[in-house]
Design a protein. Structure first.
Length: 500
């Protein structure tokens, strides 16, 4: 759990809580398997219902980036400016509409735009330059089938699975069902704005990293260091970054597509553990890249893989911060943070949680009360009482939906964010996929896989900015934001005094 490479990110566990302009080829007719029917909202290849949001319907904020005075190792990498033209509703229906070298694998999966770039869900991807292209890579093992089934894993992350084929111990109770992005908003209602790919060769394997790279003339590689030479012939050493590996490896260069986001899943190896490989651990780069480690190798539960994937991918595509702070650094955060999901005025102005929640310049002031119960009103209890028919006893337990409700000045903002506990705040008192906390065994299906309305809105804004449209579901989050004194109620800005 650490701050790394542009975005602050960390692993969730079950115990704790630069794009090319080359368009993809058209999708040839293919045999659709059961997992292709992944959208409960938009159908594959369709931009959504007629009341979807178009980019000229609401002003959207610019790319979320690190505050200028935030003490991060590097500046947050923002996306290049994007067009706000509406995305295309039509796609080529046959290979004749695209490059002549499109081929189809034996299972009907199109192999495009290169021999190693394959669809995750057969029949879903289309030739649309406005779609977001999510490309899965794997590393740390040398074959797609060893030590785990790579295509099946990536299909599970997108389409979901109820399989119990990943486990800490085969003798434990069945694992939790994983809904995949197809069951998680705002991705669920925007699946038609995404293509999903995987590369069928590893980014690197268990051997020396340099052996997996194709180096330009005049460059040498040893260990995790690239050496070039200046005009006087003097060596210039640089430690390999993940971006170097992506640029120099065949797998990293595969799936050369617009609006490309890469998610790397890798298994630990001795070489990684010894620090010879770039940036071990879980982290993300705003606007382009995320990665996660399979903590338990081939026995890592897919539910854990999914939680880590969502956490890191939301960092990359939504450009939001880690909402962690509890029991970490007790010190005050040393800089002002204006949002989008962490807030601080800096050390010169101290706030209490209640004062934070009462501010009209709070980036989520218009979402207070959303996430559980009625919009605009904090109405979800922390606990609920019920009668357990199995034990015939009256019981009280935590009301899970409360975790995602944006709290008001009665309860106050959540204390702690960006790995600091003092004078920096988050929207929620509870846990969501961008935070973690100890739930003492109360892990349940989907518990950490809701983003909460603040993070959902940021992802919707990015989808709108990149693709030119967003789903009708996203419009319920008031993507342009509401003026001071108003709250977002089912997509409309309403005076908070009139909300009952």
């Amino acid at each position: 759990m650490r701050l790394l490479a542009f975005a602050c990110c960390a692993s969730l566990t079950l115990a704790l809580g630069a794009c090319s302009s080359t368009p993809a080829a058209s999708n040839p007719a293919s045999t659709q398997d059961a997992s292709a029917d992944i959208a409960e909202g938009d159908a594959p290849g369709h931009d959504g219902p007629s009341d979807d949001v178009a980019s000229n319907d609401a002003s959207t904020p610019g790319d979320a980036a690190a505050p200028d005075d935030a003490p991060a190792p590097n500046d947050a990498g923002a996306d290049e400016p994007v067009s706000d033209s509406a995305s295309s509703d039509t796609a080529a229906d046959s290979p004749e509409d695209g490059p002549n070298d499109v081929s189809v694998d034996a299972d009907g999966s199109a192999i495009w735009p290169d021999a190693h770039c394959r669809e995750v869900v057969v029949g879903h991807n289309i030739d649309d330059p406005n779609r977001i292209n999510l490309v899965f890579l794997y590393a740390g093992f040398d074959a797609p089938s060893a030590p785990l089934n790579v295509p099946h894993l990536f299909d599970s992350l997108v389409a979901g699975t109820t399989d119990n084929d990943y486990s800490f111990d085969p003798n434990i109770a069945p694992l939790y069902a994983v809904e995949g992005l197809a069951g998680l908003q705002p991705f669920q209602s925007n699946l038609g704005r995404f293509n999903f790919w995987y590369v069928d060769l590893p980014l690197y394997g268990a051997a020396d990293l340099c052996s997996w790279l194709e180096l330009p003339a005049g460059t040498t590689c040893a260990g995790n260091t690239l050496t070039t030479y200046d005009k006087d012939g003097n060596p210039v050493d640089a430690v390999l970054s993940p971006q170097d590996v992506l640029a120099l490896s065949p797998a990293g260069r595969s799936c050369d597509l617009p609006n490309k986001y890469v998610h790397l899943v890798y298994a630990p190896t001795a070489e990684m553990d010894e620090g010879k490989f770039p940036a071990p651990g879980n982290y993300a780069v705003f606007g382009s890249y995320s990665q996660e480690i399979l903590t338990f190798g081939a026995t890592t539960p897919v539910s854990m893989v999914f939680q880590n994937f969502v956490h890191e991918f939301v960092h990359a595509v939504g450009q939001v911060w880690d909402e962690k702070g509890d029991n970490l650094s007790p010190a005050d955060y040393p800089a002002a943070v204006p949002g989008p999901n962490c807030f601080s005025l800096g050390p010169a102005q101290q706030l209490t949680p209640a004062e934070c929640a009462a501010r009209d310049d709070l980036p989520w002031h218009d979402l207070i009360g959303n996430g559980c119960g009625k919009d605009g009103i904090v109405d979800c209890p922390v606990t609920r009482s019920y009668h357990d028919p199995n034990t015939n006893q009256d019981e009280v337990d935590r009301f899970d939906d409360w975790l995602y409700e944006v709290r008001d000045d009665v309860d106050g903002c959540g204390q702690g964010c960006l790995y600091a506990q003092g004078n920096i705040f988050r929207p929620y008192q509870g846990c969501n996929v961008m935070s973690s906390c100890d739930l003492t065994g109360e892990i349940k299906t989907g518990l950490f896989t809701r983003l909460g309305p603040v993070n959902e809105r940021e992802v919707c804004r990015r989808i709108l900015a990149i693709t030119g449209t967003a789903s009708a579901w996203c419009s319920t989050l008031c993507l342009a934001g509401c003026p001071s004194g108003q709250r977002c109620v089912q997509g409309n800005c309403v005076d908070k005094a009139s909300i009952q």
